[in-house]
Design a protein around this ligand. Sequence first.
Ligand code: COA
Ligand code: MG
Length: 289
Amino acid sequence: MRSLLFVPADSEKKLAKAFDAGADALILDLEDSISHANKPLARNLAHAFLVAHGAKPDRPLLMVRVNALDSSLTDDDLDAVVPARPDAIVLPKAEGGTDVGDLDARLKSREAAHGLSEGSIKIMAIATETARAVFNLGTYQGVSKRLIALTWGGEDLSAAIGAQTNRDENGRYTEPFRLARSLCLFGAVAADAEPIDSVFPAFRDLEGLRRECEEALRDGFTGKMAIHPAQVAVINEIFTPTQAAIAAAQAVVDAFASNPAAGVIGLGGNMLDRPHLIRARRLLARIKS
Ligand code: COA
Ligand code: MG
């Protein structure tokens, strides 16, 4: 997944625009972008959207962000959308692997009730939205086979800790948020889940978005969430491996394949050992998925 576009699920207009926006995944939102009064409408429209588009070929992944586990809205959200078979549920304000286990159980019973195969609905957790959550980023390993991605958010965390801002005068995240971002990256990789970078809220600033995408790619994130259709093309461009990167990765894999007994190899004046091979394989796997 390179780009994951949020779509407030109470907006017929935005839902209509989203399907062809070019995103690898859509996140139909039932949480923070939906007022309390509009939750039932958003659930109905999300259900209808999944039914209308679920069977189409070559479609984006269809995900639904439900309300947080402590909101008392989660079960109603799941009851509304699970029968329409979303590809994944996005869990906001996750505070560790236990919360993913909790959601896993709620999905399991509903899959059984609706004749869906167990585990078919995946999970992406938003894992840095409270102070407590930040301390639990290392707890996602082995909790659920459904967990395909971890991502982070700076807006709710900012409110949670009472920060005056989460960016400095150059538009870069300040230290507490960079820490959350880094821990999310490590937590995702440790849990064998995709690390997905947070949204870039200034949706008219595509240069700023590009810079943040480049930094995310540099550090190991494999994709980024979007809030506006105009952000999708930039994100897709940056997170699509270039021909040069693919060729370089293939050269590393080939070098080890033709020297099966070697632990370390010199290639083009650089030392290559196991970490380089892992990184190359990971890049090649990404273009196949
Ligand atoms: N998905 C689908 N369509 C979207 C969209 C989205 N996320 N954001 C905007 N659009 C549509 C608009 O409806 C508009 O359609 P139109 O041309 O038919 O009028 C078009 O794209 C251009 O939108 P624009 O006028 O530039 O922005 P806006 O002022 O209408 O909307 C936001 C700005 C931020 C309110 C909107 O982008 C949005 O709702 N984003 C998602 C917010 C969200 O889900 N937040 C939760 C996660 S952090
Ligand atoms: Mg939020």
